[in-house]
Design a protein around this ligand. Structure first.
Ligand code: ADP
Ligand code: MG
Length: 240
């Protein structure tokens, strides 16, 4: 579903991604971890065409992002993205946050968008919050809204960038539970997270990045059992 090959990216003169190659198969869950500044966010932003890149290739569902003929807004609409800081529209009620892109981007009618939104709010346990504004919800609730909003677009894959890092500890699990359920339903997912319990539970593979390189890309069991590199071992010893 996602193929990244020999990806190279610079911010100005700074070489932020170096020869990164990996892939995520349909239905696969891949966790991306590594020290702060290692390029994790940049990597997944490239996958969603939110950042341009200078070398290599990314294909999503067979479509090359570097190809000038590719309709990037259309592709972006099909890949769900969930950020650390939720990024909800603060002036729109929860239900409207879910409806907006369905109507504007997918061209769904109002009734269909409302029905889909209501089903998704129910699924993340937030039916009663539909008429509220984002600022009236807890962080954990806002992040569940952000996930529901992404799902409303019927994405072919979901990208998460540290979705629980900005949350108070007691709210982390309610968000992880939604993500675990999604993974178990077969959603293709690329998840930047330091929640290693989540990784062990649902990830098929773990990618470890350092200084812009993919240092390890291993089956979850193998990664936790015996990371090959010193850098990954050191990282794990600090966070586990
Ligand atoms: P991570 O998500 O692993 O913490 P990032 O992908 O956010 O890492 O950043 C990787 C490196 O690129 C960092 O050194 C960061 O300072 C730098 N960087 C990130 N975004 C930009 C930008 N827009 N312009 C210049 N440098 C950036
Ligand atoms: Mg980041």
């Amino acid at each position: 579903m996602i193929e990244i090959s020999k990806l190279g990216k610079w911010y100005g003169a700074f070489h932020v991604l170096k020869d990164c190659t990996t892939s995520v198969a349909k239905g696969e869950v891949v966790v991306v971890c590594g020290p702060s500044g290692s390029g994790k966010s940049t990597l997944i932003k490239c996958v969603n065409a939110l950042e341009p890149f200078q070398q290599g290739e990314i294909r999503v569902d067979g479509v090359s992002l570097g190809d000038k003929a590719t309709n990037l807004p259309r592709l972006r609409a099909r890949v769900g993205m969930v950020f650390q800081h939720f990024e909800l529209f603060p002036h729109l009620r929860i239900i409207e946050n879910l409806c907006l892109a369905q109507q504007k981007v997918l061209g769904r009618g109002r009734d269909e968008a409302m029905a889909r939104s209501a089903r998704l709010l129910d699924r993340v346990g937030l039916t009663e919050q539909a008429g509220k504004f984002p600022g009236q919800l807890s962080g954990g609730q806002q992040q569940r809204v952000a996930i529901a909003r992404a799902l409303a677009m019927d994405p072919i894959a979901m990208l998460f960038d540290e979705p629980t890092s900005a949350l108070d500890p007691e709210m982390i699990n309610e968000v992880l539970e939604v993500m675990v359920a999604l993974a178990q339903e077969g959603m293709t997912m690329m998840v930047v997270t330091h929640e290693m319990g989540f990784a062990r539970r649902v990830a098929d593979r773990v990618i470890f990045m350092d200084k812009g390189e993919i240092v390890e890309d291993a089956a979850t069991e193998a990664f936790f059992g015996s990371p090959r590199s010193d850098r990954a071992q050191l990282f794990l010893s600090k966070i586990l």
